[in-house]
Write a protein that binds this ligand. Sequence first.
Ligand code: NCD
Ligand code: ZN
Ligand code: ZN
Length: 438
Amino acid sequence: MTGTPGNKILVKGADVLGRGRTDLLLADGRVVETGSLSASGAQVVDADGLIALPGLVDLHTHLRQPGYEESETVLSGSRAAAKGGYTAVCAMANSTPVADTPAIVEQVARLGREAGYVDVQPIGAVTVGLAGERLAAMGEMHASDANVRVFSDDGKCVHDPLVMRRALEYVKGFGGLVAQHAEEPRLTDGAQMNEGAVSAELGMVGWPEVAETSIIARDVLLAEYLGSRVHFCHISTARSVDIIRNAKERGIDVTAEVCPHHLILTDSAVGGYDPVFKVNPPLRVSEDVKALREALAEGIIDAVATDHAPHSTENKDCEWAAARPGMLGLETALSITVEALGGVDDADWDVVAERTSRTPARIAGLAGHGQDPAEGAEANLTLVDPSARWTVRGEDLASLSTNTPYAGMELPVVVQSTFLRGTPTVLDGKLNDDMGEK
Ligand SMILES: NC(=O)N[C@@H](CC(=O)O)C(=O)O
Ligand SMILES: [Zn+2]
Ligand SMILES: [Zn+2]
């Protein structure tokens, strides 16, 4: 495969963010020239009809290593990310052992470099073992080679307000960020799905929206009181949007992400009892979907994050109550985002780039990512075909797991090629098998 350092690539005739066609010369990890260029020794990649976007950045990926390598590994998850158009992912801390020490975050970062498909930025745990009691060694993880800047107990909520206060105060000292999984555990005991008409009909224990909003409201107030910043993972309700809108109007330093599945699916999908639709927070109702879409378009929601949550067949192909929550997301996120923002005809590529790349890169502090393909920028970009459509099949995905909720769905936008610092990780829809540290 091509694209080894030193190789030059000429991307021919890409439409950069829908603003117009240009050639892009990639060399030494950067976009070195744009305009109407001749090949002169460079490998030519035909981008006729393709949109060039800054490489996608995921704030919320479960790579499952260490501990759950039958579901995903840093390598398999990195390959799935590249196929989805990503050049960087933030790896959540709920591995086994938990990423709550420098040794684990450095291991994840190293596995990411060895895989070589995307930049893997580890997220550190807020509390030891995600137990919610004692603060983890956040300062040490920050000072380590993994340079952790985002901390999260994701999978669990930092529910004790004093622990949350201490965490927000502590990371402020070095510009860190706490990403909260907003779920008041006392309100979700035994919960299986969204609390509402469908859960009543199915006789399932519900996860009321107030379990999410009560924590968001509390943490907004804590952030305001402490002058800290806070980020909310996977917000899922219209009321959450209201609170975040209000917080932003008041100048409080909050950011929020939404997952693709909450932009397109509702709790009516649960009726068939297929655990592929089981996720935390749960699929909500159409009014929530509508509010989340509008808030994403408007920018009240800052970013799309996948919450890519691979699970083995053993943990997913079972009865609803026994199944683990979570669904795949990396390879379908861009398509669903475009669909949620109005489909390819109406989607504004600038908004797509802002929510899937520039803003998440800024939130995670990933310099080099989230830059539009322009002269001087690091060559982290993806080429997508806006007029092609594809049908999702679990077994076609690069992920080790197959728990996609979109199986059989036809989606818009096909990722053609992805470049990480000028090297194609995906070319013409095929993964480059020659990546990684040798
Ligand atoms: N979203 C999920 O349903 N599951 C996530 C944990 C989480 O994001 O809360 C997982 O790790 O599987
Ligand atoms: Zn979560
Ligand atoms: Zn998660």
